[in-house]
Design a protein around this ligand. Structure first.
Ligand code: 5AD
Ligand code: FES
Length: 360
């Protein structure tokens, strides 16, 4: 799909035209990854973070947040619960927490792999290539690291580097692929200063990176962050991407069209904007994954990346029942097995077929 077509869809306002986008995305989703919705059990293992991202509630300078780090045994208990609930994957997510030592993480991964058939996805931020390699050897299958925006200047404005100097995320994504991980990335939608052209570039980059997993969600202002109180204003004017539901569906649908085989979640951030049926609409407009939260309730309230997060007070069993019901109501089935990314001899971008937007 050409940049101009992606841009055309991002600017589209006609409900009738958008229906054709939703249908195309849904058709491509059915054709390439089928009707199963895979459940990934999310374990928010630590909310400590050494970074200072301008938008994120976990940033080091947010001293109003109580911090926690789960013990290996607590993480193992969540993984066992995931297995009992029939999930194929657990996702271990955290802030950039140097207190989660490479060895500790490797030990947890080894134990999950030894005890259960679960696929293990890590989402622990920017870590050294040596650590990523260690975790891969310990058995980790997949890694999520969003590039957040492909606009370099905007990226740098909202991501102060580690004091000691950090890693280039795109380079890390390449390294993850070389290490044999299934690689996931994604962006926030509606970052102040993000233009439609930037977002079209982001979607083109999903294809270029040939991602196995693509996670996107609206930017949600957090009052205890500089961006959340308007201190990091961007100047995109009329070209500013709205951080809304409709734009999120467009990006999910376009991600499906440019990467037909990718696993694409309907995210919690989307459910936060529309608790009633945000996830359902995501699942009928390109998404094929949801991530029920397995974090113990006493901790999940503290994993406050943004405020009013959906499901903060529900238990793992609540979310499990809720999501199963929602999936069944859509006429879809819960995925069985690990739900790995389908591999294809044909990479992302070249497979998405007709060129409806440009043709009109
Ligand atoms: N609003 C929406 N998404 C956010 N993230 C972090 N902070 C926010 C926020 N305020 C997203 C980032 C990160 C992911 C784990 O959560 O994209 O990669
Ligand atoms: Fe958590 Fe519905 S998914 S309550």
């Amino acid at each position: 799909m050409k940049h101009a077509e992606i841009l055309g869809w991002l600017r589209e306002t006609s409900p009738g035209r958008l229906e054709t986008l939703w249908h195309r995305a849904d058709r491509v989703r059915q054709e390439y990854v089928g009707g199963e919705v895979h459940l990934r059990g999310l374990i928010e293992v630590s909310n400590y973070c050494v970074r200072m991202c301008m938008y994120c509630g976990l940033r080091a300078a947010n001293d109003r947040l109580g911090r926690y780090r789960m013990t290996p045994e607590e993480v193992l208990d969540c993984a066992r619960l995931a297995q009992r609930l029939g999930y194929g994957t657990v996702v271990l997510q955290s802030g950039e927490d140097d207190g989660l030592s490479a060895e500790m993480v490797a030990g947890i991964v080894r134990q999950i792999k030894a005890e259960t058939p679960l696929a293990v996805t890590l989402s622990l931020g920017e870590r050294s290539p040596d650590e990523l390699a260690l975790w891969r050897r310990a058995g980790a299958d997949r890694y999520l690291l969003r590039f957040e925006t492909s606009n370099r200047a905007l990226y740098e404005r909202i991501h102060p580097p580690r004091p000691a100097g950090g890693y280039d995320r795109l380079e890390l994504l390449g390294e993850l692929g070389r290490l044999g991980y299934q690689v996931g990335s994604g962006v926030m939608i509606g970052i102040p200063g993000q233009t439609f052209a930037d977002l079209a570039d982001d979607i083109a980059l999903f294809a270029e990176l040939d991602l196995d997993m693509i996670g996107v969600g609206p930017y949600l202002p957090h009052p205890h962050t500089p961006m959340g109180v308007g201190l990091v204003a961007g100047a995109a004017g009329n070209e500013q991407v709205p951080a809304d539901e409709l734009t999120t569906y467009k990006v999910i649908a376009l991600a499906r069209l440019v990467c037909p085989r990718a696993n694409i979640p309907a995210t919690t951030a989307l459910a936060t904007l529309n608790r009633q049926n945000g996830r359902e609409l995501g699942l009928t407009r390109g998404a094929n994954v949801v991530m029920p939260n397995l974090t113990p309730v006493r901790y999940r309230q503290l994993y406050e990346i943004y405020p009013n997060k959906a499901c903060v007070s529900e238990t793992a069993e609540d979310c499990h029942g809720c999501l199963r019901g929602r999936i069944a109501a859509l006429g879809r089935t819960v995925g069985r097995g690990r739900g790995d990314a389908a591999t294809s001899p044909v990479p992302c971008s070249t497979t998405s077929g007709s060129n409806e937007y440009a043709e009109r």
